[in-house]
Write a protein that binds this ligand. Sequence first.
Ligand SMILES: *[C@@H]1O[C@H](CO)[C@@H](O)[C@H](O)[C@H]1NC(C)=O
Ligand SMILES: *[C@@H]1O[C@H](CO)[C@@H](O)[C@H](O)[C@H]1NC(C)=O
Ligand SMILES: *[C@@H]1O[C@H](CO)[C@@H](O)[C@H](O)[C@H]1NC(C)=O
Ligand SMILES: *[C@@H]1O[C@H](CO)[C@@H](O)[C@H](O)[C@H]1NC(C)=O
Ligand SMILES: *[C@@H]1O[C@H](CO)[C@@H](O)[C@H](O)[C@H]1NC(C)=O
Length: 432
Amino acid sequence: MHAAVGRLALTAWVAGLGLAGAFPFERRGGQGQKPVPDDYYVSLGPRPYYLIQNMTDGPLKSKLESCENGPFEVTSWSIGHRGGGTLQIPEETVQSTLAGARMGAGILECDVSFTKDRGLVCRHDVCDLHTTTDILLRPELAAKCTRPFTPANATHAASALCCTSDITTEEFTSLCSKMDGFNATATTAEDFQHGVPFFRTELYDTCGQVMTLDSYIELVDSLPGHRNFTPELKTPPAAVPMPFHGYTQAQYARDMIDTFIAHGISPARVYPQSFTPADVYLWLNEYPAWGAQAVFLDEDGDDPANFTTAVNRLPALKASGVNIISPPINYLLAVGGPDNKTVVPSDYAIVAKQAGLEIISWSFERSGPLTRVLADDDYYYSSVAPIMHYDGQMYEVLDVLGRQIGVKAMFSDWSATVTYYANCFGLKGPGH
Ligand SMILES: *[C@@H]1O[C@H](CO)[C@@H](O)[C@H](O)[C@H]1NC(C)=O
Ligand SMILES: *[C@@H]1O[C@H](CO)[C@@H](O)[C@H](O)[C@H]1NC(C)=O
Ligand SMILES: *[C@@H]1O[C@H](CO)[C@@H](O)[C@H](O)[C@H]1NC(C)=O
Ligand SMILES: *[C@@H]1O[C@H](CO)[C@@H](O)[C@H](O)[C@H]1NC(C)=O
Ligand SMILES: *[C@@H]1O[C@H](CO)[C@@H](O)[C@H](O)[C@H]1NC(C)=O
């Protein structure tokens, strides 16, 4: 209420003086860009303040505290991972996307999978419907799953395998989304629905609205403020061998881009991602304007024995036409400093920068409390886990990524955390 009154008064004052063009907080338009209307507010909630309050005193904490009252703007430095409300709200849904958008994410993600009739839909894995939707509670659809629900017994965990390719697009759009998780000891399909990690919640498991690629594009394009897209082409697991009844990975890669073209979306607004190099090179060759912004997702250094190879490959990737490399945050971070107790840029980060690659990284807010990352063998903080002890360190880590390494954007399961930081340091995202 207080802030709203202030903004209105300020707007009237600026308009009255005829200074709108010079005012630093003015929402700028520009080619293909939609300014944020004066009556739309980015809303960050209490979490960034909780994290800052838990920081060790110092210049970073002081700077972040100085930004407590904003102004907070939509920024493409903040990417809504699986929507952006994923920490609490079922992923890849209208509700998670709206949450990420409200928390200021300027780029919103849809992971792209295909259905039996080759429709493109938003789902993180081609075969995760048994853990992210209510399909097992829908007998007529559950019967179509690649592997039906099998109850737990003394020797085997409960299991199922339901793929988007098992059902038609129309059937897919009838599903309800829920938080990703399952109960390995379940003896009934009802009990199998539960089992989300303790730091997430089932509070919003109230029939999250699934999206097709078409409906996602329409939703994101309709949001207030200038928003960009990051669709990730998923490579199906072994259970869905490609080509799928004649549908090739190459055609699937083309269909994803063609869907944006059909909606009249400019390639400047789209960051197509893939872990599969052939997808990225297809876009570079056949859709150069789209390939120029393609995001090459890298997990080839997961095995410590392969990490140096992944680092040494970076210059060749750049030379082959890749502009944006996207490793998980653990690849970019190392323990170092004079005390060997400081988070520093890794060799991967240094070599990627030297090679002239832009870096987008993933994913913030997927790990729960930092007190537990070492004991829980968390993936994202694995390279710095021995020195992670309290949640305030999240912003220290983000600052190494943001200002020391200079990543161009950050995926987050809770967009507010990243949006707050980006606004405080004036980070605008890729292309800036
Ligand atoms: C941060 O939280 C931890 C508990 O997780 C606490 O021990 C520590 O004192 C807090 N630090 C500050 C500066 O509030
Ligand atoms: C336990 O379940 C597995 C499959 O999940 C099955 O192969 C096995 O026969 C079952 N064991 C018993 C004792 O029913
Ligand atoms: C998991 O399933 C078992 C067996 O059906 C049930 O007893 C238990 O309550 C379930 N746990 C949760 C968290 O739903
Ligand atoms: C490591 O690299 C080798 C050689 O490229 C490959 O065969 C192996 O699968 C890789 N390991 C992992 C875990 O990716
Ligand atoms: C620094 O700490 C890391 C992780 O705690 C450890 O792996 C590394 O060996 C240490 N390096 C030195 C020079 O002590």
